[in-house]
Design a protein around this ligand. Structure first.
Ligand code: BG6
Length: 496
C-alpha cells in the first residue's frame, strides 16, 4: 500500500516470470490475482507473464490448467472475453531452475518477447520448493539474468525463508551474492491483507487511539490465527515445519510488529521496516527468561504450549510417532518503554473449531470503581478475517435499571462502510507493490533473522505436544498458560 501504488499501472515492459508455475501457488493464488489486476486495469499493456516449470507441456496445456485453477480457486469470474485477453499474455517455458542451461533458454525466450528499445524489466517469482530458492537465485546470477542494465530485475521469495536462523542467514547470503536488498521481495501474504494494512491507518492516521496504545492503558494483547483445515495433502512439507515455522515465525510475528511498532516518520519501506525490526529486537528471547537460574526447557515451557490434533498421525505422509505440533500458544514480552509488562499471547492451530484471525487488545480496568459492580475491561477486537472490521466493547448503563451496566459493542465492518467493494486478495496488493518497487509490505533480511532468533529456542525446547480433538479450541494447556497469569483467552463467545 504505498504511496498509493495501487493506482499506478506499470506502463513499461514488465515480465512476471513464475518459477514453479505448475504448482499449487500459481493456480490457487498468483494467476487469479494477476487476472483480477488485469480486469481492474492495473496491469499495463506491456505486462506479460511467463511460467516456467519442470512439467513437459505445451503453452496451450499450461493455459488450460490455469483456466481450471481459476474455476476452482478464484473468487470472481472474469468473463470469457477478459479471460481470453488475459491468458493471451501468458506463456510457458519448460525448465529446471537447477540447470544453468535451462535458465539460459528461459532468458532467450524472455528476450524474444521483450519489446526492443524498452527496458526489459523482470519480476522473478520463486513459487518453488524452499530447497530450490538457493539454486534458482545462483543460476539467475550465473546467467546474468539478475543484472539491471537500463531496466530493473527483482525477485520475490515465498516463505518459509529458511528453517531456522542459520539456514535463513545462509539463504540471505546466497541471495545477497546475486541481488541487492532493494531487488529482493520476501513475501508474507499476511501483510497484504486489507485489515493488516488498515491497522497502520487505524493507529497512525487517527489521534484517539495512539495515546492509550501502551502499558499505561493496555493489560494484554492476544493474537489468534485459528484454522479449521487439517494438514491433509501438505503433510510432507508440514511435518518438517510444524506450526511454529509455518505460522509463528512469519505471519504471527508480523502481526505483532504492526500492533507494537512505533510510528515511522514516513510511509516509506525502510523507515517502516526499521520500526518493525526494533520491535522484534526488543522481544525477550525465550532463552533469556532464566533469571531464576533454571534454564532452557523449563523456562520455555512456561511460555509455550503445543498440541497435535487427533488423527494427525494418520494423515498420508506423516511419519509414525511424529511430534510435530499443529497448534501452539506462546507468551512473548517486549522489553521496551511502551510494552514493558504487557504480555502478548499468540496462538495458532489447524483443525480447530473456527477459521478466524483476530487481534484483541484488552485494556486495563478503571483504576478505581465507584460502582458496586464487577465489570469486564474494555476490549478492542480487530478482525483480520473473516468479517473484516473491528469492535470496541465498553460498559453502558442498562436502561431502566438502577445502576446496572453491561458491555456493549461499537462496530466497524468493511462490508457496511465500503459496501459493494470486494476486498482484494493479499497477493494482488503485493504483486502490484513488487512491480512498482515498493517493499513496504515485504520482509527485510534482518527482520527475517530477528524472527528466527525468537522462534528457534522455542522450537528447540518443545516437549511432546498435547492431544486436542478436531473441531475443538485446542489443548486445555493453552488456557492454563493464561490462567496462571490471571487471564483468559477472549474468544468471541466468551467476551460478553
Ligand atoms: C500459509 C501457511 O502461509 O498460510 C498455511 O503455510 C496456512 O499453513 C495459510 O493455512 C493461512 O493463510 P490464510 O490467508 O488462509 O489465513
Amino acid at each position: 500500500m504505498t504511496s498509493d501504488s495501487g493506482d499506478q499501472v506499470p506502463a513499461q515492459t514488465t515480465t512476471i516470470v513464475i518459477m514453479g508455475a505448475s504448482g499449487d501457488l500459481a493456480r490457487r493464488k498468483l494467476i487469479p490475482s494477476l487476472c483480477s489486476l488485469f480486469c481492474k486495469g492495473r496491469l499495463g499493456p506491456e505486462v506479460r507473464i511467463v511460467g516456467m516449470a519442470r512439467t513437459r507441456q505445451t503453452e496451450q496445456q499450461f493455459r488450460e490448467s490455469l483456466a481450471e485453477g481459476m474455476e476452482e480457486f478464484a473468487h470472481f469470474s472474469p468473463g470469457s472475453d477478459a479471460w481470453d485477453e488475459f491468458i493471451s499474455r501468458v506463456g510457458y517455458c519448460y525448465g529446471d531452475v537447477t540447470s544453468q542451461d535451462d535458465l539460459e533458454n528461459l532468458d532467450e525466450t524472455l528476450r524474444g518477447i521483450e519489446s526492443p528499445g524498452q527496458p526489459a524489466n523482470r519480476l522473478y517469482y520463486l513459487a518453488l520448493a524452499p530447497s530450490l530458492y538457493g539454486p534458482a537465485v545462483l543460476n539467475l546470477g550465473a546467467t546474468g539474468m539478475a543484472r539491471e542494465t537500463g531496466c530493473w530485475r527483482r525477485v520475490v521469495i515465498e516463505k518459509p525463508f529458511g528453517s531456522d536462523l542459520a539456514t535463513a542467514q545462509e539463504l540471505n547470503q546466497v541471495v545477497h551474492s546475486v541481488f541487492s536488498e532493494s531487488q529482493v521481495f520476501r513475501i508474507d501474504h499476511y501483510l497484504g491483507k486489507e485489515t493488516v494494512q488498515n491497522l497502520l491507518v487505524f493507529r497512525f492516521a487517527n489521534t484517539i487511539f495512539e495515546p492509550i496504545w501502551s502499558r499505561s492503558y493496555i493489560d494484554n494483547i492476544q493474537i489468534t490465527v485459528s484454522e479449521t483445515v487439517p494438514v491433509s495433502e501438505r503433510a510432507g512439507y508440514y511435518d518438517q515445519a510444524g506450526v511454529l515455522r509455518d505460522m509463528f515465525q512469519n505471519h504471527l510475528l508480523q502481526l505483532l510488529t504492526v500492533v507494537a511498532m512505533e510510528p515511522p516518520s514516513n510511509f516509506q519501506a525502510d523507515l517502516l521496516r526499521n520500526e518493525k525490526v526494533k520491535v522484534l529486537n526488543a522481544v525477550r528471547r525465550p532463552t533469556l527468561i532464566e533469571h531464576g537460574g533454571t534454564r532452557g526447557n523449563h523456562e520455555t515451557s512456561r511460555i509455550a504450549v503445543t498440541g497435535q490434533y487427533g488423527g494427525y498421525l494418520d494423515e498420508p505422509g506423516v511419519p509414525s510417532g511424529s511430534r510435530t505440533p499443529t497448534y501452539a500458544a506462546v507468551r512473548l514480552d517486549i522489553d521496551n518503554w511502551r510494552w514493558q509488562g504487557v504480555p502478548f499471547y499468540l496462538r495458532s492451530g489447524k483443525a480447530l473449531e473456527d477459521k478466524r484471525t483476530e487481534i484483541i487488545i484488552q485494556f486495563r480496568k478503571p483504576p478505581h470503581m465507584m460502582f458496586a459492580h464487577e465489570i469486564t475491561a474494555n476490549i478492542l477486537a480487530i478482525q483480520v478475517q473473516p468479517h473484516e472490521g473491528l469492535h470496541i466493547e465498553f460498559q453502558a448503563k442498562t436502561p431502566d435499571e438502577k445502576m446496572e451496566m453491561r458491555p456493549v459493542d461499537l462496530e466497524f465492518h468493511y462490508e457496511d462502510s465500503f459496501g459493494g467493494m470486494d476486498l482484494p486478495d493479499a497477493y494482488e496488493r503485493l504483486l502490484l507493490d513488487a512491480m512498482n518497487g515498493d517493499a513496504s509490505l515485504f520482509t527485510r533480511s534482518d527482520e527475517i533473522e530477528e524472527a528466527w532468533e525468537i522462534i528457534d529456542p522455542i522450537i528447540q525446547s518443545l516437549p511432546a505436544p498435547d492431544h486436542y480433538n478436531v473441531g475443538s479450541r485446542g489443548p486445555e494447556a493453552a488456557d492454563d498458560l493464561l490462567a496462571k497469569d490471571g487471564r483468559r483467552w477472549l474468544d468471541p463467545h466468551s467476551r460478553f
